[in-house]
Structures are given as C-alpha cells and as structure tokens.
Design a protein around this ligand. Structure first.
Ligand SMILES: Cc1cc2nc3c(=O)[nH]c(=O)nc-3n(C[C@H](O)[C@H](O)[C@H](O)COP(=O)(O)OP(=O)(O)OC[C@H]3O[C@@H](n4cnc5c(N)ncnc54)[C@H](O)[C@@H]3O)c2cc1C
Length: 501
C-alpha cells in the first residue's frame, strides 16, 4: 500500500456504483465523457506523488510501514509541518489551476483532523474513537479519494429536519441492526461523488434539536454501497476540447445528490449517532474548521493567482495594461491574492499546540478572514474580468479549428491583439470565457460563494466569535471620560494600546 498511481485510482472506480446522469445509468464513469476529463486530472495528481520532482513535496513516510503516503495525512506537530502541508496542497492546487475544490487533500485533511481529535468520538464510546483512528490509517495507507455530503435536500429551509412533511426527506436512521445503521433519505451536494471511493456524511449546518436525534449521525460509506444512488447535475465537461474549453475539458468536478435507499452503514464506519449535542458540536469540537480552512484557503490562493495572471495577460493582449483605470483594477485583483496569502501565513504564524493532543493548529481567525472574503472576492474578480474582456469575450470563433479553415486568414488579421497573435489571443480569451462565462465558469462562481456554507452565516459567525471585548471596552472608556478630557484616553496612557506583534 502507500501512495497510489493514477492508474490504480482509475481502476478502483470500476465497480458496481449506481451513478445517474439524466436518464442514463452510467456503467463506467472512467470512460464516460462527462467524467473522464476530471478523472484524468485527478489521476495526474496521484501520479505526481510518484515523480522524483514531487515525491518529497507530496509524501511522507508512513508511521506504520515507512512507505510514502500522502502528505495531507500528516498530523501537524510543528509550524514546519503546517508549512509542509501548505506546500503539498498548493502544489496539487497549482496543477489544477485551483479549479478542483475537492481534490483528495481536502477530505484527507478532514479525516486527519478527526483522527487527531479522536478523543472527541470517545465521548460516544471508546469504540468510536478507535474506528476513527482505524479509518484514518486505512485511508492513509490505501490513498483513498473521499468526498462529503452534508446538506439536506433544499425543500423547505424554514422547517428543521424533523418538521419536513416526509420524515425520510432528510437522511435519517431508519433502523439500528446488529450489522449497523440502515439509513434512508438524501443529501446534497456531493461534489466529485461519481468518481470518489467513499463519502463522508454528517449534518450541516450542524444545528440539531432534540427531535432531530434520528438525523444525528457521522459516518462513511463507499460510493458503491448497495442502495446508494448518485444523481448528477448536467455535465459542463467538454471532453478533449482543450483549445476551446481549456478548463471545463479538464476540471469539471461534477456535483451530485446522494440518495440512500435503505443503505446499510456497518458499525465499523459509524463514528457518531443519535447524540444531537455531540454531532452538533463535532465541527468545532474536532477542530476540522482550522485544518480544512488551511486547505481551502491554500487552494483558493492558487486559484486567485491564476485568475490574476489571466487578467494581467488580457490587459496586455489588448494593449491597455498601462491605462491608470486598468492598473487600478489589476491592483485591486492583486490585493485579493495578497489577502489570501497573508491570512494563510498569519494562520500559520499564530498556530498553537493544543495541549490535549499535541497537535499544532493554525490560528482560526486569520483563516476565517480568507474563508469569509472568498465569496466576496471571487465574484468581484469575475466582474473585473468581464469589464476588461468586454466584447473580446465574444470576438471568438466557435472553434479554434477555424484557423485551419478558409477563414483562417481573416482570423489571423482581425482576431489578433496588440502584441499577440490571433491564435494566442483566442486561446487566452477562451480561457477567460471558461472562467467567467461558460456553464463551468458560472458553477465556479457559485462554488466560491457557497462551498464553505452560507456566506452571510459565515460572516455573521465571524463577528459572533471575534474577540471584541477590548474594542468595546475602549469605546466605553472613551464615552466615560468627563467631557473636558474626552478623546485624550490614548494620550493619557490610561490603557496603552498593545503593540502589534
Ligand atoms: C458548486 C457547489 C458545490 C458544493 N459542494 C459540496 C460538497 O462537496 N459537499 C457538501 O456537503 N456540500 C456542498 N455544497 C453545498 C454547500 O455547502 C451549500 O450550498 C451551502 O452550505 C449553502 O446551503 P444551501 O445550498 O442548502 O442553501 P440554502 O440553505 O438553501 O440557502 C438558500 C438561500 O436561503 C437563505 N436561507 C436559508 N435558510 C434560511 C432560513 N431559515 N431563513 C431565511 N433565509 C434562509 C440563505 O441565506 C440563502 O440565501 C456545494 C454547493 C455548491 C453550490
């Protein structure tokens, strides 16, 4: 065991999984045009782990076998470990232009966070903690590709799970048997589910009333489990059309709903169940927030760098790179890259060891800034791209093959840029369109808005958790000054402002 090759990853997907694309039951996801491009991109990531140029960056020796295993399974004990994790994640993200939000390192990170805090699961039973640890080891040694399905179907968001008109609309425990839990209901939206090995399931948002105890569960299930149906959205992939659809040909991750028709989840894979308090607090209590934010911010940084690079090249392509108004928006885009980089590094710099398990966790607050600003930054970058590209995003031949057709000479003349050939400008602007305007691109803006949850809830949560005591106290102190001395609190040095560290 140890790190898998791309071929081994692909071979593992040829099983009895029930994947639906419209009215078609997909017999082999690995060859189907809707999935092939993304699967090949993921396979490439697995292959990179074996290449001498990347091996050190992407793997570390398994604590049990000494063989190389994926570095996203490394439980960080030092700041250097966190930096190594970031470099690993960034290397994979750069290889996919930041376009694959659910590459394997994301869920590897979640399982690793659970393993590091397995004591949390011991509150249900010591066996649960052991299961979590064993699963983490299996995953690490088998180099599995996981996804997750957390949300209830979007039916009536004002009612909780137990109040819906059908008790089995949201995923619910139907029966407890000797073998495990029988679960019935659905979960959305599981990105990459058609080509994942297994799916992690738990309820999000993690709010549960006592009446929702049958909905309180944390488990993992193979995608090929009997009774599990994966229902895909429309495909945005354009297989093999790298020139005309450079991103969607490679990176359409696919999103799906997982329908559980009385699926047996063996006890070995049940980590929590029936305890609303434990399940509700698991997200915060196992500190997966810190660990996954470190991963998602790194991935987003890679994507923002890529988008910024495209914007710079677009400006040059049409000769406007020195116009002050254009430089202003390019400068704005650059600040977004720097915001992500800074919050990530601040998260690492402020990392502290949790004395309960000796694990080095990055500081949450700076990372949450990246998480809360991502949904604002990305749509703004797309707005900048539309404004900059303007009609050029439409001045594109239907197919790049037109350059070899009788209209090729007209294209060479009229489709070129300021100092760029027509072929190169068309390639660049087709890339921009795939980011900003294609169905794939629209999905990415939606992804950045929602992948970490409802953006308004995220921002509101940041305010609730923010350490506001000192800020509020200073204002109160100012207001409490006699009117003749108001405004002099800082000068009088009654409460010196602590220096920035
Ligand atoms: C492209 C994409 C990929 C995703 N991938 C994954 C994945 O891999 N795994 C996964 O588990 N999830 C995934 N998600 C789901 C994601 O976590 C959710 O979209 C996000 O948490 C928001 O939940 P929702 O979509 O159910 O929105 P909803 O909760 O239905 O919200 C819709 C709107 O209604 C408002 N609203 C909701 N409830 C209330 C209320 N009670 N009162 C007033 N207003 C309300 C919200 O503010 C929002 O504006 C993905 C989503 C997208 C778009």
């Amino acid at each position: 065991m140890g790190v898998r090759t791309g071929t081994a990853f692909i071979a593992g997907l040829r099983d009895s999984r029930e994947v639906w694309l419209g009215d078609e039951r997909v017999t082999d996801v690995t060859t189907h045009p809707a999935f092939r491009g993304a699967i090949e991109s993921l396979a490439r990531l697995y292959d990179m782990q074996h290449e001498p140029a990347y091996r050190e960056l992407l793997t570390y020796p398994s604590p049990t076998t000494g063989e190389p295993v994926g570095l996203s399974f490394l439980i960080p004990r030092t700041r250097e470990d966190l930096a190594r994790r970031r470099q690993m994640i960034k290397t994979w993200a750069d290889a996919t232009c930041g376009m694959m939000g659910r590459s394997a390192d994301f869920l590897n990170t979640m399982v690793t966070a659970w393993a590091a805090k397995r004591d949390y699961f011991a509150q249900q039973s010591p066996a649960c903690a052991e299961r979590v640890w064993r699963y983490y080891e299996d995953c690490r040694e088998g180099d599995l590709f996981l996804t997750h399905a957390l949300l209830d179907p979007q039916v009536d968001r004002v009612k909780n799970r137990a109040e819906q008109d059908d008790p089995y609309l949201c995923l619910r425990i139907a029966e407890e048997t000797k073998q495990g839990l029988i679960v019935r209901g659905a979960k959305m939206v599981a990105t990459a589910a058609p080509f994942a090995d297994e799916i992690l399931v738990w309820p999000f948002p993690p709010t549960l009333t006592e009446a929702e105890a049958p909905y309180a569960m944390v488990f993992i299930i193979p995608v090929a489990a009997p009774g599990l149906k994966i229902i895909c959205r429309e495909s945005f992939a354009h297989p093999d059309q790298y020139a005309d659809h450079p991103l969607s040909a490679r990176f359409d991750e696919m999103d799906a709903v997982a329908v559980f028709a009385d699926v047996l989840v063996p006890w070995e894979r049940v980590f929590l169940h029936g305890d609303t308090r434990l399940v509700a607090q698991m997200y915060v209590g196992t500190r997966i927030r810190e660990m996954t934010a470190h991963q998602t911010n790194t991935r987003l940084l890679s994507k923002l760098e890529f988008v910024y690079g495209v914007l710079c090249l677009m400006a040059e392509a049409i000769g406007v790179q020195n116009a002050p108004a254009v430089q202003e928006v390019l400068g704005e885009a650059a600040t977004y890259v720097e915001i992500l980089r800074s919050t990530l590094l601040m998260g690492e710099q402020g990392a502290q060891v949790d004395p309960s398990n000796g694990v080095m966790y990055p500081a949450l607050q700076p990372l949450q800034v990246g998480r809360t600003w991502g949904p604002r930054i990305y749509p703004r970058l797309m707005e900048i791209m539309r404004r900059l590209g303007a009609g050029g995003l439409m001045q594109l031949p239907a197919s790049s093959a037109a350059f070899d057709s009788p209209i090729g000479r007209e294209l060479e003349k009229y489709y070129r840029g300021a100092r760029i050939s027509a072929q190169d400008k068309v390639a660049l602007f087709k890339l921009a369109w795939d980011l900003v305007g294609s169905d794939f691109g629209s999905r990415h803006t939606l992804y950045e808005l929602y992948y970490a949850g409802d953006p308004s809830m995220l921002m509101a949560g940041f305010h609730r958790e923010f350490d506001k005591a000192a800020c509020v106290a200073r204002v109160k102190e100012f207001l409490a000054q006699p009117s003749s001395t108001a405004g002099s609190a800082v000068r009088t040095g009654q409460r010196p402002v602590p220096p920035l560290e």
